[in-house]
Write a protein that binds this ligand. Structure first.
Ligand code: CU
Length: 152
């Protein structure tokens, strides 16, 4: 009886220790450098979901700006506009890509300019994977691709 109970406890523990965060991987997180006096910055990455269930990025935060919003670009009668969205859907065994001209993290009220070569620590909160901490590498001002020659 006692052994059976121990086995039960251990199997329950292994369920709770299942590393949910390992289901989501962040690839090439990077942000554009910001001009002196600029109040907003933007960040990009690829969110890869290795899990069998879809997940959602619900929010992001950083000590480097007052807040971080999830933005998309939409074509409004030929005019590209940014919109805040409540979440990004990351499909099961798929990916969601943030890139210049598309979805991006908007750093609002940056506390000091983002300098090329620096990093921005960002905490991402997913519906299923929970909190994932990552570091955005700062690339060129107005750059359109992740900074080259950097390790991620
Ligand atoms: Cu934006």
């Amino acid at each position: 009886m006692k052994i059976a109970r121990l086995i039960l406890i251990f199997s329950l523990l292994s369920i709770f220790h299942f590393p949910a965060a390992a289901q989501v991987a962040i690839e090439k997180p990077w942000a554009r450098a910001t001009a002196p006096g600029a109040r907003v910055g933007s960040g990009y990455m690829v969110i890869r979901n290795q899990g069998a269930a879809g997940d959602r990025l619900l929010s992001a935060s950083t000590p480097a700006s007052a807040k971080v919003e999830l933005h998309v670009h939409i074509n409004d009668n030929g005019v590209m506009k940014m919109r805040e969205v409540p979440a990004y859907d990351v499909p099961a065994r798929g990916a969601f890509e943030l890139r210049p001209g598309g979805a991006h993290l908007m750093f609002v009220e940056v506390k000091r300019p983002f300098k090329e070569g620096g990093t921005v620590p960002v905490k991402l909160t997913f519906e299923k994977a929970g909190e994932v901490n990552t570091e955005f590498q700062i690339g060129r001002l107005g750059g359109s691709a992740p900074p080259a020659g950097r390790k991620y």
